[in-house]
Design a protein around this ligand. Sequence first.
Ligand code: SF4
Ligand code: SF4
Length: 85
Amino acid sequence: MQVYKLRINRNLCTGCNVCVVSCPINFNQLKTKGELTDKNAVILVRNGVAFPVYEDERKINCDGCGVCLKECPQNAIKLEIIEVE
Ligand code: SF4
Ligand code: SF4
């Protein structure tokens, strides 16, 4: 099975939150759950830096749509396709 893994360049990220609010999955979670947490979000900002949210390599929620990559003003996000069993 292929999953999409986010790579965020911490040296470029300014913590602006644009990726968090532009991610369609985050948006749907916010609409249905009323908040974004490290249990339901795909990407969040903490301590001024964005980070991908997942429990382990089998539970990556990102669907690889690429919206956050296009929206990031710092070009700090890359997507990697990884194989998991
Ligand atoms: S949009 Fe880019 S610069 Fe802004 S928080 Fe996300 S990764 Fe960092
Ligand atoms: S690639 Fe799409 S689903 Fe994945 S974090 Fe970015 S905006 Fe969200």
